[in-house]
Design a protein around this ligand. Structure first.
Ligand SMILES: *Cc1c(COP(=O)(O)O)cnc(C)c1O
Length: 713
């Protein structure tokens, strides 16, 4: 046997490359890179919620060097780091080929939250996940985009459920030195700091950078010693505190965001406001123009020509509104420096400028953008109705709000088991064919992927979810001191039809709809011939008691002895929990009260894993459902009251499950395989994967709204 010793130089290079790799979230959608950090320290990997920087903090330089003498491990590291370098230096990106004017321009993408990875808790739900997936696809496409958000030192809360089923919120502090972020400094290594006025106070803002593949995200942070404590705590929590905290956070995000970009030296050609939270950025752009001597009209025109706005909620209460007193108080110094009057300011944010209405962020954004869009076809239509008064004389159908239907970043959501399966079956380049319908249609033929193999994948993914749930439930039970390890072995069955439901517990999403007729639910869950089981997860907003009651209702059902192991609630929903759930569930349940779900994205994450979607005709599903690629609950209509809508949808849900879904899942061939179920999976995958991904979505934004033009594919 020959042995090749790995040279000292090679080891040194690998150590350096690993440190660079840990600080680029490229690893979050490349499993080969994640495996390296897991293998370095499985324990720290687990306890840090899969954080490479924390792993490197706990492995000494000496150990790292010694471990890299192992040729197999060194080879693994070399491969991942070389793949990363190739990705970073790739010249033939979509933007280079089809991006037109975008090749040289910067797009600044503002979002109050970014859901990039479970170890970075700077997100609360779907809006953040969408922003994170947008960023990853922008990187894949080579789009010159920079993100702007806030650095939430205590993030969004960690959820625990008390003995009586009530949600408890914990806010651990995160240490920047233990996160994949770095301070933003100038060429001399000095922290870049800008100043934002809140009321009459000057608040200092610094920022942190996160690398997401080829692009950069800037996180604004007010926790500086020179700031008053009330301002230091401003950016502590995602959507934290009262109305004052909210407006102050949004001033930091919008006005501070523009000032930070200027301080860094960026001159974006497009400012994309992802939801109205960041709309104050338009006021700062306006102030800049006025300060440079522009007329009011010219200044407004300049702002409009640089801004793009995406609205995300059809729920009127979901739009931030601030009263005149709060606006005047927080904008006092800004009004002086911009020369605007309080009245002018208020008029920008009122649907009816002459009224006494509060200031609405969405109205401000709509007044000062060159294009606006909703996030599904139905949501675009609802938004045109909602905001038609801003466009007097324009027929509702012509109100200039379009739509781009949301997507998901497929590679980031693919569980490694599934990723490996598709790479083995379809070749390593399936991820480059995400928008290619023909590819997916052909790839999924039984000739390419036999039924036995597809079923084997489903069984493996379901088992991964169930074992994950058993681990999590056993930790949960330990806390209550009632651990019975043997009982947990019977929690959920690896053979039973498994329904997943996980998302924010906003009440319009109706988590308990399945239990609306409890006797039916009880009977269906306890049917020995055709067993069914449900796995739930989700957080309610800390101030949403109605949402917390929904959690309590489900937790209490899950703790009933006569339903033991058939209904499970997993605590502390996050991206990691989501990944297991969307992979393991046979059916993904989505029950928003139509038309409240602007788009929804969780149901898109199941397609690559062979899950099937069961949903009301809301958001994206209204467009995606073709009669065969999943199931619908209710019709494409809205009832006259919530109560009626819930009755109709509850009955429809029970009927579809009883008459179609359960029989189909248990219709087995002699080989024990549900061939007709698998046929449905193939059809669902080939119709959904090539459309409902963020690569398609970001290309659409680039072509329709960023200015890439329509030429490219
Ligand atoms: C996908 C996802 C969401 C969004 O779910 P919807 O069903 O679209 O509301 C929220 N939170 C997490 C952690 C997710 O992964």
């Amino acid at each position: 046997m020959t042995t090749t010793k790995i040279s000292e130089k090679a080891v040194k290079t690998a150590v350096e490359d690993l440190r660079v790799l840990a600080y680029n979230l490229w690893w979050s959608w490349h499993p080969s890179a994640r495996l390296i950090f897991r293998d370095l320290s499985p324990y720290v990997w687990e306890t840090s919620n899969h954080n490479p920087v924390e792993v490197l903090n706990w492995v000494s330089e000496h150990e790292l060097r010694v471990r890299l003498q192992n040729p197999a491990f060194h080879g693994q590291v070399r491969k991942a780091c070389d793949d990363f370098k190739a990705y970073m230096s790739e010249k033939r990106t979509w933007t280079a080929k089809s991006g037109g004017a975008l090749k040289k321009e910067t797009i600044a993408y503002f979002s109050a939250e970014f859901g990039l990875h479970e170890s970075l808790r700077i997100y609360s739900g779907g809006l953040g996940i969408l922003a994170g997936d947008h960023a990853k696809s922008a990187s894949d496409l080579g789009l010159p985009l920079s993100g702007v958000t806030l650095f939430y030192r205590q993030g969004y809360f960690q959820q625990q459920i008390s003995g009586d089923g009530w949600q408890q919120e914990r806010y651990p502090s995160y240490d920047p030195a233990r996160m994949p972020i770095s301070p933003v400094t100038d060429s001399k290594g000095k922290r870049v700091v800008c100043t934002v006025e809140i009321g009459d106070d000057a608040v200092k803002v610094q920022s942190w950078a996160i690398r997401v593949g080829r692009i950069m995200l800037f996180l604004l942070d007010t926790d500086l010693p020179e700031n008053d404590p009330r301002y230091r705590e401003l950016t502590a929590h995602v959507y934290g505190g009262d109305n004052w905290t909210r407006i102050a956070q949004e001033i930091i995000l919008g006005i501070g965001g523009v000032r930070m970009l200027r301080a860094i030296g960026l001159k974006p050609a497009t400012f994309h406001m992802n939801e109205g939270h960041s709309a104050f950025l338009t006021l700062e752009l306006l102030r800049e123009q006025l300060a440079a001597g522009s007329t009011a009209e010219k200044a407004a025109e300049f702002v409009r020509s640089h801004c793009v706005f995406t609205t995300h909620t059809p729920v009127p209460a979901g739009h931030d509104r601030f009263d005149t007193g709060l606006m005047n108080g927080t904008f006092r110094a800004f009004l002086k420096s911009s020369g605007l009057t309080s009245d002018q300011l208020m008029r920008f944010g009122r649907e009816h400028p002459d009224s006494e209405e509060p200031f609405t962020m969405t109205v401000l954004a709509l007044r000062f953008c060159r294009s606006a869009n909703g996030v599904s076809e139905l949501h675009g239509r609802i938004s045109r109705q909602m905001w038609s008064s801003l466009f007097p004389g324009v027929p509702v159908a012509k109100v200039p709000i379009g739509h781009v239907t949301n997507g998901i970043h497929t590679a980031g959501w693919t569980l490694p088991t599934a990723g490996l399966f598709w790479t083995t079956r379809l070749g390593p380049h399936w991820q480059d064919r995400l928008r290619d319908s023909k590819f997916w249609h052909d790839a999924l033929s039984p000739h390419n992927v036999p039924d036995e193999e597809l079923w084997a994948l489903r069984m493996a993914l379901r088992r991964e979810l169930i074992e994950f749930a058993r681990r999590r439930l056993s930790e949960q039970n330990l806390r209550y001191g009632n651990n019975d390890p043997a009982a947990l072995d019977h929690l959920l069955s690896p053979d039973a039809l498994t329904i997943g439901f996980a998302r924010r517990f906003a009440t319009y999403k109706r988590a308990p709809l399945f239990f609306r007729d409890f006797e039916w639910a009880f009977r269906t869950l306890n049917n020995k011939e055709t067993p069914l089981q449900l796995v739930f997860a989700g957080k309610a907003h800390p101030r949403d008691d109605a949402g917390k009651r929904f959690i309590q209702e489900i937790v209490n059902i899950s703790r009933r002895g006569d339903l033991f192991g058939k209904v499970v609630f997993i605590e502390d929903y996050d991206i990691n929990v989501a990944r297991y759930l969307v992979a393991g569930a046979d059916v993904w349940l989505n029950t928003p009260r139509r038309p409240m779900e602007a788009s929804g994205t969780s149901g898109m994450k199941i397609a690559i894993h062979g899950g099937l979607h069961l949903s009301t005709m809301d958001g994206w599903w209204r467009e995606a459902y073709d009669g065969h690629n999943g199931w619908k609950i209710g019709e494409d209509t809205t009832a006259s009251s919530d109560q009626m809508q819930d009755d109709i949808d509850g009955a429809s849900l029970r009927a579809v499950l009883e008459q179609e879904i359960i029989p189909l899942f248990y219709d087995r061939g002699k080989d024990g395989i549900p061939h007709r179920w698998l046929k449905k999976i193939r059809h669902a995958m080939s119709t959904l994967i090539p459309v409902y991904n963020t690569e398609r979505m970001v290309v659409e934004y680039a072509q329709k709204y960023y200015g890439a033009g329509k030429s490219g594919k």
